[in-house]
Design a protein around this ligand. Sequence first.
Ligand SMILES: *Cc1c(COP(=O)(O)O)cnc(C)c1O
Length: 356
Amino acid sequence: MYPRVLIDLAHLRENVQTVKGLCGQRGIQITGVTKVFCGDPRIAQAYLDGGLTMLGDSRVSNLKRLQKLPAEKWLIRPPMLSEAEETARYADAALHSEWEVIRAVADAAHRQGRRHKVILMADLGDIREGYVDYDELLRVAAKVETLPGAELYGIGVNLTCFSFIQSDSEKLGLLADLARRAEEAVGHALPIVSGGNSATIDLMLRDGIPQGVNNLRLGESLLFGKERAKYQYLPGTHRDVFTLECEIVELKEKPSLPWGQVGTDSYGKKPTFVDRGNCRQKAVCALGKQDFDLETTTPVDPGIILLGASSDHLMLDITDSRQAYRVGDAVRLQLGYFSTMRAFTSQYVEKVYLNE
Ligand SMILES: *Cc1c(COP(=O)(O)O)cnc(C)c1O
């Protein structure tokens, strides 16, 4: 059945081993981020098979799906106050930035006979989650330890996600320093000092992560072999963990330019077209914006041009394709980050697991 996404679990396991090797040499442990694939336990298992012991997801419902896997689970978005109960149950640890929420989750954990591990986030410039008042962070750190259902597990930072501020040695030095001050405030060592996501790998490879930072939360680099500061592929990694197949439902010779008066698209923009001549082989596939993201997708056949998509039609120019196609044939697309995310949230896309 099409469309379907093929998941190469052998290639994923190898990516995990490769990235784990790079991090391990520099004293960095990995929390494997599962949100891109909606916390699918069969894929998360490849993280564990590759040697990881900690998993992170931004949604509690995804952590619930991971419940049976033998790993420490982190909620990597500040929890909703309205889901304190579920957070306490399905997350062993969470990234936090609000005292009121910490108290609610700790209370719930206490009632459940559990202990919630708190990682306090510092905002070092990206203006997403975390304390900008570092003294407040330290005061909250001390208060966490007074809660019967919680303990201070560590501190962390997230960069390069909203404002695309890059991590550097100075910022991470500040984080390590904050961790030392938090340790003094609570009177014990902190197991976790979490220095960011796949955008920190470039700094790590330049040996720019200061002493004291010991964790990264990684999604993109494990899944696509890509770091996110310069968007370079890491040597020895695979880019083809996720391949989407969609079916051609129409194949005709058509001109490259539309005819008639051009209006605006749903976003209020006027579309533009490239003139490639009057006789092009055009394919329409049964796939749409609900199922994939055009900007983070590349056809496996380098001769195919992605022209565009509407909610449920994908238009291709296959005039120069390496292979001959007919109606009913499948076209293969290599998925990047956002495209994979869409494919997994779309109920229309079947999931096929290879080399499990
Ligand atoms: C999504 C996310 C990550 C993983 O980011 P990648 O760039 O995919 O490695 C890490 N930490 C937080 C807080 C996130 O939201």
